[in-house]
Design a protein around this ligand. Structure first.
Ligand SMILES: Cc1cc2nc3c(=O)[nH]c(=O)nc-3n(C[C@H](O)[C@H](O)[C@H](O)COP(=O)(O)OP(=O)(O)OC[C@H]3O[C@@H](n4cnc5c(N)ncnc54)[C@H](O)[C@@H]3O)c2cc1C
Length: 401
């Protein structure tokens, strides 16, 4: 790379979806010069989301009313034989306009003199350079070369920044349609079926009798989706539109490197139980912003410093909960039809719906899991299940130690 032709910025953020835009917004309060690279020409497009987010959203950001399209009061969980449990509680999740949410922070900062958005421009690679004892990152994009002190990868599940750092996400594939239908407008539904592997099928009410119906699976998502729609008696030809998407699956990755950090889906900050990432990444973005400001204040961009000021706070607030989501997912992924049947029966007969409704938290399941394991029948069921599936125990131990 020719040194003289470089453009200079303090920070380069790759990806202008929700993570990249929110972090840029938080950093816009500093005087740092920021370049934001986004492969797509329009922020928020393509739309790829079911858009169901817990009430924590309005504690994390200032949420304009028009972004909320609907609220749901109940969660219906359906097992492979069609039996369901219904959960009610204080939690009334938001159903959001995801395109508007992605644009919310962009609109607030797009005219800021210190911030330069390069839309329709692809990040390609980076290399480190040392000049007068200081480490820099030299970036090559599809259009230009950038010299910067910090590179931040908010470039989603297949992160190119991550790839160069040997960070790779396992992923699930999603398919969704928006369609008019006659389901309950106050209820979000989750359908489980061992044939689909990994996640589940969802029905999310957008409002005005429009529903987002989708599925995520490890493979054969097209066929799984077709069968799921048949089961729901939905004709795909009546769809309003269709979305796809990729969801990272695992626990939070390594996120701190010399002069570089990863955020959002790029960092695997996604719940393995539901594929939801928005609450996690907004929480992590606040840590990232504090860390970046400290890096510039102290002139320290080392991996050790970024680990201490970003990775550690992330581990404390979301990392442990993400591990718990993953452990729950390890168990659910091995459930057969019969296990679902028995577990649903236990939930019904022991009035566990009430415990789940009361202690259930879409994002932070620690309290609920602790309460459930205090119930002898549940504990006995889990114990027997783990004895039958020792591979889960090995995976759990590997994760914990
Ligand atoms: C079908 C589906 C349904 C979902 N439903 C929910 C839900 O209901 N609730 C919830 O909380 N979460 C949900 N999620 C997850 C949520 O959408 C993600 O966690 C969130 O979008 C992650 O945001 P991000 O900014 O980290 O990454 P992304 O949204 O993936 O954005 C990455 C950005 O980086 C850009 N980019 C990538 N590579 C480059 C490059 N080389 N150069 C320049 N730009 C690049 C991309 O164009 C993109 O704009 C869903 C995901 C899917 C796929």
């Amino acid at each position: 790379m020719q040194e003289r032709s470089f453009e200079h910025f303090d920070i380069c953020i790759v990806g202008a979806s929700i993570a990249g835009n929110y972090l840029t917004y938080l950093l816009s309060k500093s005087n740092l010069r920021i370049a934001v690279l986004e492969d797509h020409k329009k922020i928020g497009l393509p739309f790829q989301c079911a858009g169901i987010i817990s009430q924590k959203l309005s504690q994390l950001i200032e949420l304009p009313k028009e972004i909320v399209l609907n609220r749901v009061r109940t969660a219906k969980i359906v097992n492979p034989s069609g039996k369901s449990i219904k959960l009610f509680g204080d939690e009334n999740p938001y159903i959001i306009d995801r395109i508007a949410l992605d644009r919310l922070h962009y609109k607030k900062i797009k005219d800021n003199q210190n911030i330069m958005y390069y839309l329709g421009e692809r990040y390609k690679s980076f290399e480190y350079r040392i000049e007068n004892g200081k480490k820099y990152v030299l970036i090559e994009t599809s259009e230009r070369k950038i010299k910067t002190r910090m590179l931040i990868g908010c470039d989603g599940p297949l992160s190119s920044v991550g790839k160069q750092l040997n960070v790779k996400n396992d992923v699930l594939y999603a398919s969704q349609i928006r369609t008019k239908a006659n389901f309950n407008e106050d209820e979000a539904a989750m359908y489980f079926d061992p044939q689909w592997k990994q996640l589940f099928g969802w029905i999310v009410p957008e409002g005005n009798q429009v529903f987002r119906i989708g599925i995520a699976a490890a493979k054969n998502v097209r066929n799984c989706f077709k069968r799921y729609l048949e089961k729901l008696d939905i004709d795909i030809d009546n769809k309003i539109d269709q979305q796809g998407g990729i969801i990272p699956y695992g626990i939070m990755n390594r996120v701190a490197f010399d002069n570089i950090l990863l955020l959002g889906d790029a960092a695997g900050q996604v719940k393995a139980t539901t594929g939801g990432g928005i609450i996690m990444l907004l929480t992590a973005a606040k840590h990232a912003s504090k860390c970046v400001n400290l890096c510039f204040k102290d002139g320290n961009f080392s991996k050790k410093f970024i680990k201490k000021n970003y990775e550690k706070p992330c581990s404390h607030t979301i990392g442990r909960e993400l591990k718990l989501h993953y452990l729950i997912r390890l168990v659910l992924a091995k459930f057969k039809d019969k296990d679902f049947e028995v577990f649903f029966k236990i939930i019904k007969e022991n009035k566990i719906e009430r415990i789940i409704s009361f202690y259930g938290d879409m994002d932070f399941p620690k309290t609920l899991v602790a309460k459930l394991l205090r119930n002898r029948t549940v504990l006995g069921f889990i114990f027997k299940f783990l004895v039958k599936n020792p591979v889960i125990i090995f995976k759990m131990l590997k994760l914990l130690f």
